[in-house]
Design a protein around this ligand. Sequence first.
Ligand code: C5P
Length: 257
Amino acid sequence: MATLGDSRVAGFRRRLLEPPAMSMVDSSARSRLIVALDLPDAMAAVAAAGQLAGRVGMFKIGLELFVAEGPSVVTRVRQAAPDVEIFLDLKLHDIPNTMRGAIRSARNLGAKFLTVHAGSGTAHLQACVEEAGDRLGILAVTVLTSQDDVACRQTGHTRPIEELVEMRAVCARDAGCAGVVCSGRELARVRAVAPKLCRVVPGIRPAGVDDGDQMRVMTPARAVADGASHIVVGRPILQAGDPAAAADRIVAELAGG
Ligand code: C5P
């Protein structure tokens, strides 16, 4: 299959992978931290965004918030924290025509990334990348970090998760995606087959924090040392007694402090 290796996609990808234009190590560490705003409404999201503005690199707006509030929540969060980028985690999964329509609706919202599931293969992903153009980076979700081998076998996937993640990373690479979402445990395999893609890693748990429903977890520092370009952290920050301090601790850990 032809790949989207044209200069437009390559240029966009290069910009996503370039180290941030900030001199302090701390700023670079901060830019890697994506906070999942898994909150019920815009009021809670705006409050959290205001608390975390200037401390983190990106906010992830996921299904809970987006379904409750609609696209306007993106604008409201951006207004509360203008220096923080937005990642729309809608995990789209449908036929290419429907995916294209959803991406057309999403691409002017001002988000940097949008997630789609990688399980339908390269052609589906390629349709998404084409529709997104150079305004929105498509991230392919390989295998959810809440899934383990038992869950994969239940749905007919007999290969170990690592192999499945690797195959889906190849699809993402060949389709011209900006990056993939995988767990920290598959980073080495993803780096081997798709070294130029962003590697966004959820399932992050600082030492001593409860795993919750996550099955394939890793600490912030270990994930970045193993090759994560960004880490996604939700409950360990939002459910902390002091979310700003929790975010600062993670940034310090990423910066090696
Ligand atoms: O609270 P916690 O840190 O576990 O939140 C992880 C976030 O990352 C959630 O918003 C979840 O939807 C998202 N995510 C994930 N696993 C994936 C992709 C996204 O946990 N494979």
